[in-house]
Design a protein around this ligand. Structure first.
Ligand SMILES: Nc1ncnc2c1ncn2[C@@H]1O[C@H](COP(=O)(O)OP(=O)(O)OP(=O)(O)O)[C@@H](O)[C@H]1O
Ligand SMILES: [Mg+2]
Length: 347
């Protein structure tokens, strides 16, 4: 491989070799070894989290911790104590000292996801960490110094947030040292088929199913769609294709076209992803009853559907098991047990 090809080699775990992703890989490989703050921007489902992880993996900090915090998932005071820690008695419920994620990421990388939802007060505190590498735990005046590299992500245009007065411009400039833009899938159509085949194989492996044969008809369907949910939507669709085309070739006639199924089945006030599951379950039940061998119906269908459901809800909840358990309405220990069941194939 030539030096320039090395520089554009795909990032770890990131599929897609089209020009747009080669440019992303080149930029990430260039910035990863430095201390620079990286801001990953792009629509939902474009792979920001994978790219953030690559920055860490390709940096001299790769042996250190990689800590992810979803800034959009916690309210201001919870997020403050999550990021910076607190001392016992700092507020009602602070029954013991807590180390924050910035300290936990010392020597490594902290990934601040959904950065645009950070409150004004926390933006000030973050700016100081970025400029001085120091902060105080909640309820304590002692200053703590850390050596933590920051990678942030946003699916909102931060410029717009700055313009609307919701995001500090000084923080924006400090974060935006090296922006990495992930184009939506519709603007890098050359990656659609590679990604689709990758996900089909990945899900076949994790479900211990044979990989269905590939067809030109499916290619046409995949290339026609605009994928507003980007790679995440494509992955979910291929998981559905696998289940519904088991034992044969991938056949668009057996699967509702991408985008359609969800709309048709989406309940009025559904949360993200739920309509998808409802659609999948109905199709599975219909198809399963017709095609599964006698005596295996319950186990194959309910077991398969449960796994599919859990995987999808986990993906929607960014792999946060507590959130997924809440959404599923099952106890988190039950979810943990199900995920660690030896009968369940590893992802
Ligand atoms: N290029 C890629 N190769 C392989 N898998 C990918 C790629 N891009 C995204 N994915 C997969 O698609 C899903 C969504 O990606 P990811 O979570 O990184 O998106 P995101 O940009 O962080 O979205 P959001 O803004 O909604 O958090 C994940 O399961 C991820 O592993
Ligand atoms: Mg994300």
């Amino acid at each position: 491989m030539t030096a320039s090809r090395d520089a554009e080699a795909p990032l770890p775990g990131v599929v897609g070799t089209g020009a747009a992703m080669a440019e992303v890989a080149r930029l990430v490989r260039c910035v990863a070894p430095t201390q620079a703050t990286v801001l990953v921007v792009g629509e939902t489902g474009t792979g920001k989290e994978l790219v953030a992880r690559s920055v860490h993996q390709l940096s001299p900090r790769s042996d250190g911790p990689y800590v992810r915090v979803n800034c959009g998932a916690l309210n201001e005071s919870l997020l403050e104590s999550e990021l910076f820690g607190h001392v016992k008695g700092a507020f009602t419920g602070a029954i013991e000292n807590k180390t924050g994620r910035f300290e936990a990421a010392h020597g490594g990388t902290i990934f601040l996801d959904e950065i645009s939802s950070m409150s004004a007060k926390l933006q000030v505190k973050l700016l100081r960490v970025l400029q001085e590498n120091e902060f105080e735990r909640v309820g304590e005046s002692r200053t703590i110094r850390v050596d933590t590299r920051v990678v942030a992500a946003s699916n909102q245009l931060l410029e717009d947030e700055v313009e609307a007065g919701r995001f500090r411009d000084d923080l924006y400039f400090r974060l935006n040292v090296v922006p990495v833009y992930l184009p939506p899938l519709r603007e890098r159509r050359e990656d659609i088929l590679t990604l689709a085949k990758f996900f089909l194989e990945k899900h076949a492996q994790s479900n211990r199913l044979p990989v269905p044969g590939w067809t030109r008809a499916m290619e046409e369907v995949l290339l026609r769609h605009d994928w507003p949910g980007n790679v995440r939507e494509l992955e979910n669709y291929m998981a559905r294709v696998l289940v519904l085309c088991r034992g044969g070739d991938v056949d668009p006639a057996k699967v509702s076209p991408p985008g359609r199924g969800e709309r048709r089945f989406k309940p009025a006030a559904s949360a993200r992803g739920r309509g998808d599951i409802a659609g999948l379950s109905r199709q599975l039940v219909r198809l399963g009853i017709e095609t599964l061998p006698e005596g295996t119906l319950h186990e194959r269908l309910v077991g398969g559907l449960e796994k599919e459901l859990i995987d999808q809800v986990l993906a929607d909840c960014d792999q946060v098991q507590v959130k997924a358990a809440l959404r599923l309405g099952i106890n988190r220990n039950t979810l943990h047990k199900k995920l660690n069941d030896p009968g369940r194939a590893e992802e």
